[in-house]
Design a protein around this ligand. Sequence first.
Ligand code: FAD
Length: 310
Amino acid sequence: MSVLVFVQIKDGKATKAGLEAASYANAISCGSATAVVAGSIEADGGIGSVGISNVLAYSEALVDNSQIAKLVDAAALKVGANTVVFSANLEGGAVAPRVAIRMNAGYVAGVTGEPEGGNYPRNVFSGKAKASVSVTADKTVISVTPNAFGVKDVGGSASVEAFSAEVGEAKLIVGEFTPTSADGSVPLPESERVVSAGRGLKGPENWGIVEGLAKALNASTACSRPVGDMGWRPHHEHVGQTGVTIRPDLYIACGISGAIQHLAGVNQSKVIVVINTDPEAPFFKAADYGIVGDVFEVLPKLTEAINTLA
Ligand code: FAD
């Protein structure tokens, strides 16, 4: 299998999602995959650490998805790739289908593990079922669900080769870019730990206890949809069927009832902890650990205990 992986770059280094996609590419190619990046890169950007030995570097950062698709397609042609791997994040999800069309490839979105017997595993129906998908086309484009496969650090470094391609005119230009989180925290889909809160917090003025616990755990914060709708928290923190889908190692739900639409975005979390005053709250059925209690009492105690351990 000849494999190419598109690795996203930020501040000269591969992003965590990019390294995860590269780890996946390394695994399915038995160590022979090539990476392609767009934008300036410091040394190998850390890509060699997951086993990739060759990086094709396009010097300009690209934001137009159709340009990125042309770049990846050209790189796939150059290395003779029959399989191209992306992260199934916002950018990967937009570029991968375009590349699949350009390559006349079968596209498997959101795989969760390595193929078995040629079949790629993925979750369907908001994580309520698993499907295994085989591709009948000669070429395959895959996107990897963030935090499903993990970054596999094997040590090593990659050689970086300048690569140019005809990517055409940009159809869009980003005029201004302002990060929504000033603290530079990890984007929600890439977060390994998430502390999330719902209407049980009563109002935005009470979010200090949620942020306190998140800080103690080095976690990101999230919220239920009504909390976003009411403007208590920014919309980009809303998780669920109509919000962001996440798969962290640890999801702590504080004062969230556990409606099916909320669970749809978080039920793939590896460990779920629920804190709720109502022992009948539906979320407890999905929980690995449950605390029947008042968030205003439990969260400060939990934060203090974690800070004491640290
Ligand atoms: P509530 O349902 O009001 O629950 C609050 C919980 O807090 C209760 O369980 C209560 O017992 C507990 N509580 C109260 N006080 C305390 C306290 N002091 N300490 C501890 N616990 C306390 N929702 C989403 O979240 N994400 C989505 O993507 C989403 N998509 C939707 C799509 C559609 C089409 C529809 C119809 C709905 C969608 N919803 C979504 C809304 C969803 O159905 C629920 O209404 C919502 O998730 C409830 O939010 P909540 O749990 O914060 O609030």
